[in-house]
Design a protein around this ligand. Structure first.
Ligand SMILES: [Zn+2]
Length: 462
């Protein structure tokens, strides 16, 4: 189909960062074919199907560079507890018991939330084999979203400096993980018109040996796969690398070949200047997840310092257990606020920088900068239309401010991926929303019952 979206405020995030009032975007098939003023494009494309985007900001689809599809189901099941309790007695315990249909139900719920709140591309970091990789891949293909799916790789049932604490349901064999990732890529990558990509997701440094990390980096090279890993999320990660390997974190990761231009380093909180230099030199990306880091009391990623050194910083929501929402608008707002509070400087990390993190920097991180992340002629038609006629977003004198500081995912009206409308007027066209919610309710009831996890509030419940 050929569409002409007209009367919009078009925020391109192109090289010049142009914002066009009374703007229009023309699409043909899966591509953007023209961008300009409404009057001119209407004359040029009289046969295109018109979409009136008056009182809307049209911008590139958001890129959630760190999310866990399988935790949407257990949203609210691990709040306000210490990290080890969070992992051992909540997250791993619940997810360790998943059947493939429960994992797929969680993935569908997460994708539904992302699409409705304007995310058109995501990167999922840790998919364990027992989740059933096919069901999750089907969720991406059928929904119309674009997704990076990383197969988890581990060979130590530990976390940071704590040995043998992983839930038995989550433990996997390292070589099997690699073989499964290789097979998964061969079988499913490129499905959905190229929307599915399979990557490698080594677990954090305490859960994977040096040997296995080296195998990950050589397989990534052989099979042309990206790598997504949690890095320096907790102080124990740094202590462990020093004790076990006698090196600093960046030095160690570089020595095992994990820093590449297609490596996502989630969190990056406890980075030294030397770590940052190494990440920058290798053109790897730090994925900032401010909500998760605040809720788990992990710390604050040194984003201003990374940006000063030219490191690519993307943005993620992380899991629904540690930010409780996969709405990138929440992550954008927090990213714009938290560094100002830390540095006592209101000019730090301005809203424009945050939009770059959620769009073009995310695209660069995934090695897809030539395809997505901005509205430019020839790129994929992945775009969102945000209402500016709501009490939250009006009167919209500055669209950058409206997007970062005022809007929420609920203000997203239309979403297009690959030139197809996936969300119109707030409703998802590609998924059975009611069915997905019902399936999620049934699945979480079964998981809580099976594991015996009590998720009642601290207040008396009758
Ligand atoms: Zn994570």
């Amino acid at each position: 189909m050929n569409y002409l979206i007209v009367n919009a405020l078009v925020m391109t995030v192109d090289r010049e960062r142009r914002i066009i009032r009374d703007g229009a975007v023309a699409t043909s098939g899966d591509r953007i074919t023209d961008i300009g003023k409404t009057e001119e494009l209407k004359r040029r494309y009289p046969d295109h199907t018109l979409v009136d985007a008056r009182d809307h900001i049209v911008m590139p689809g958001l890129i959630n560079a760190h999310v866990h599809l399988t935790q949407a189901l257990i949203k609210g099941c691990a709040d306000d507890v210490e990290l080890m309790d969070f992992l051992q007695y909540r997250v791993w315990k619940l997810m360790g018991s998943y059947t493939p249909s429960e994992a797929a139900a969680s993935a569908r719920l997460c994708i539904l939330e992302m699409l409705k709140s304007g995310t058109t591309t995501f990167a999922e970091t840790l998919l364990a084999g027992h989740y059933g990789l096919d069901g999750i891949t089907d969720g991406v293909v059928d929904s119309g979203i674009r997704g990076i799916l990383a197969k988890s790789v581990m060979d130590l049932p530990s976390y940071a400096t704590r040995d043998n604490i992983m839930d038995p349901g989550m433990i996997e064999d390292g070589d099997e993980c690699l073989e499964r990732a290789r097979r998964w890529k061969r079988e499913r990558e490129g499905e959905g018109g190229g929307r599915v990509k399979i990557w490698l997701g080594p677990r954090p440094v305490g859960s994977i040996s040096r040997d296995m990390l080296e195998k990950v980096s050589s397989l990534a090279g052989e099979e042309d796969m990206g790598i997504a890993i949690h890095f320096c999320e907790v102080q124990e990660d740094v202590r462990l690398i020093r004790e076990r390997y006698g090196m600093e974190p960046g030095e160690f990761m570089e020595s095992v070949g994990i820093f590449t231009p297609r490596t996502l380093l989630a969190h990056g909180i406890w980075l030294s200047p030397d770590d940052m230099e190494r990440i920058g030199r290798k053109k790897a990306t730090v994925v900032h997840c401010p909500g998760s880091n605040a809720k788990l009391a992990s710390g604050i990623c040194p984003v201003p310092e990374l940006l000063e050194r030219g490191v690519n910083v993307a943005l993620g929501t992380d899991a629904s257990t540690c930010e409780n929402s996969c709405d990138m608008f929440g992550a954008m707002k927090l990213a714009a606020l938290i560094h100002k509070a830390r540095t006592l400087s209101p000019t730090t990390v301005p809203a424009e920088t945050v939009i770059e993190m959620a769009t073009i920097n995310g695209a660069r991180a995934l090695g897809m900068e030539g395809e997505i992340g901005s509205l430019e002629i020839g790129k994929k038609a992945d775009l969102i239309c945000i209402r500016t006629d709501t009490a939250r977003t009006a009167p919209n004198t500055n669209p950058v401010s409206a997007v970062v500081y005022s809007a929420t995912g609920s203000d997203v009206d239309h979403v297009m991926v690959d030139g197809k409308w996936i969300v119109r007027n707030g409703s998802v066209l590609s998924m059975d929303e009611e069915g997905i919610l019902e399936e999620a309710r049934t699945a979480i009831a079964a998981v809580l019952k099976r594991t015996g996890v009590n998720n009642d509030p601290r207040w008396p419940v009758s």
